[in-house]
Design a protein around this ligand. Sequence first.
Ligand SMILES: Nc1ncnc2c1ncn2[C@@H]1O[C@H](COP(=O)(O)OP(=O)(O)OP(=O)(O)O)[C@@H](O)[C@H]1O
Length: 310
Amino acid sequence: MELVVEARDIVKKYGDFKAVDGISFHVAQSKIFGLLGPNGAGKTTTILMLLGMTEPTAGEIKVCGYDPNKEPLKVKRIAGYLPENVGFYEDMTARENLLYLARLNGIPDDVAIKKIDDILETVGLSDVRDKLTGTYSKGMRQRLGLASVLIKDPKLVILDEPTTGIDPEGTEQVLSLIYKMSKEMGVSILLSSHLLYQVQQICDRVGIMFKGKMVAMGSIEEIGRQALGEREGIMKLSYEYINEEALNKLDGIEGIVEKRIDNHSIILKFNEDKKLDIVREVVMRGFLPIEVKGREYSLEEIYIRYFREE
Ligand SMILES: Nc1ncnc2c1ncn2[C@@H]1O[C@H](COP(=O)(O)OP(=O)(O)OP(=O)(O)O)[C@@H](O)[C@H]1O
């Protein structure tokens, strides 16, 4: 597994205040890593350190093997960065804006023009490529932002709050584009967000930051297990009709930790290892459900859990 970003024990102090307090994480090739946490958690500070835009007080950072603090230009060549509020020349079209950026990056016009049209196609802005960007919606602007980082064929793309302020349809388009960049184009992505339920759909791994510390890290499922109690599951068995008496008939089934009736459903808290045995036993005792629903970990739930415990 090739690591595109490696951060080890990084610290950023402003005076005595630790904005980032000894965090470690990595981003592998073609993967999406979500840096999550509430405002002020230290996400932007972390991103600025990765890009060599602010110097860490301690710790080690490598971006494709380069130290961003010692070799910022090398890192800038490899990494595309889209800040939270990206600005374009509003009185220029999408193509003109991108051509301007390509020139800044030293790409010859003949190469750039072909490339720009391809990229605008990828981000779904071909139809409006000759419209002034001043007329674009926030979602279109953000897709143009993604186009602008793709111009230099980055290995790594860093996105600060890529979906903030965009309507649901626009958000969906931006997220699927980010996903495509990683899975089809092989770009590694690090994105920061406080909108957990949105980004959880596309992140391979996430790190949850709080007050400068990384309080949890892993896949959504791993974090779910860490956060929500090790091996306990919850399931809901729905019936056309059921009453409290049914619960007595389920007494003594091994692995059930808690049982209750909710409307016409039985809610069972159980030991994850015994899940299948439990369902089988419930059915054998005469309670064939019309529907069984297991728990799905949602990041929102995990997040609330972490921050409630602080
Ligand atoms: N230049 C600075 N000088 C002093 N304190 C700073 C500076 N930059 C950031 N901070 C503080 O560091 C903490 C982390 O800020 P940071 O911007 O990294 O958080 P964040 O998680 O990105 O949140 P947001 O989404 O609001 O930007 C905050 O308490 C912030 O006030």
